[in-house]
Design a binder for this molecule. Structure first.
Ligand code: PEP
Ligand code: MN
Length: 272
């Protein structure tokens, strides 16, 4: 890790982010965007256990672009938390799930093992201060409009609040020409080595939300691994075409073994 220089300080890259802690060995998470049913989560959990994956993702609370919910696009909220609680017990998996509001933290804290801060909430400093009070790891997703300085500033809220278990997550940024057919967001691959150069925090990649396209999720995962990512979070579903949210970017459970095989191969080369 590079020492933070005077120039870095002047440009306000926060100092606490530079402290390297080795608390995380590997972060690999798969699962649906949204918790839909016990059956859906059991099928997903079984695939993860079979492939030696330890982290299961799934949103009970979903911040969606439009306020409308219907039988095709929905969130289960507290019912989803109950499903996650059951799955956690049955499969001994670590649950990664989004916390959207300070008022719901008490309802989820015993069930969620990694508190996910969604990209939209990266700037919600009251929420960041609240998760800093917990002793749970926090997956901090980068807002799609955030500079590195803003991203690290958000991390600093959690770190300086007393929680040093922050995992940064690059999930795609919005630049000119995004929201087009091929790229709603752009995976900022080069931020990965920069974060490793200037901070001691783990940085993982989310190629699902960066691409919104399941056919190129593997490519961006491999690019992230080659750039030095410390892990990833990917949306996977037993039947991707029926997913309640983000059906266009879910990969199938069957594609997990090949993905892991290639990812591990790249990591092995990069880590030597
Ligand atoms: C998610 O991971 O469920 C999600 C909503 O992602 P983001 O906050 O990055 O849009
Ligand atoms: Mn999603």
């Amino acid at each position: 890790m590079k020492d933070i220089t005077k120039d870095d300080i002047q440009s306000n890259i926060p100092l606490t982010t530079a402290i390297k802690t080795q608390w995380l060995d590997e972060f690999i998470a798969f699962g649906p965007c949204t918790v839909e049913s016990i059956e859906q989560m059991e099928q997903t959990a079984e695939a993860l256990v079979k492939n030696g994956v330890r982290y299961l993702r799934g949103g009970a609370f979903k911040p969606l672009t439009f306020p409308y919910r219907n039988e095709r696009m929905y969130e289960l909220r507290l019912e989803g938390v109950e499903i996650l609680k059951h799955i956690k017990k049955q499969y001994d998996l670590k649950i990664v799930s989004e916390v959207t509001d300070v008022s719901t933290i008490d309802d989820v804290i015993d069930t969620f093992d990694v508190l996910q801060i969604g990209s939209r909430n990266m700037y919600n400093y009251e929420l960041l201060k609240e998760v800093a009070q917990s002793n749970k790891p926090v997956l901090l997703k980068r807002h799609f409009g955030a500079s590195l300085r803003d991203f690290l500033g958000a991390a600093e809220y959690i770190l300086s609040g007393g929680n040093d278990k922050v995992i940064l997550c690059e999930r795609g940024i919005s630049v000119a020409n995004t929201h087009s057919l091929t790229s709603r967001f752009i995976a900022d691959i080069q931020v990965i080595p920069i974060i490793k150069k200037y901070t001691g925090l783990p940085i993982v990649i989310d190629p699902s939300h960066a691409t919104f396209d399941s056919t190129i999720v593997p490519d961006m995962l491999y690019a992230g691994a080659a750039a030095g990512a410390d892990g990833f979070i990917i949306e996977a579903h037993p039947t991707p075409h029926t997913a309640a949210v983000d059906r266009q970017n879910h990969i199938s459970l069957q594609s997990i073994p090949e993905l892991l095989h290639k990812y591990n191969g790249i990591k092995e080369i990069i880590d030597t």
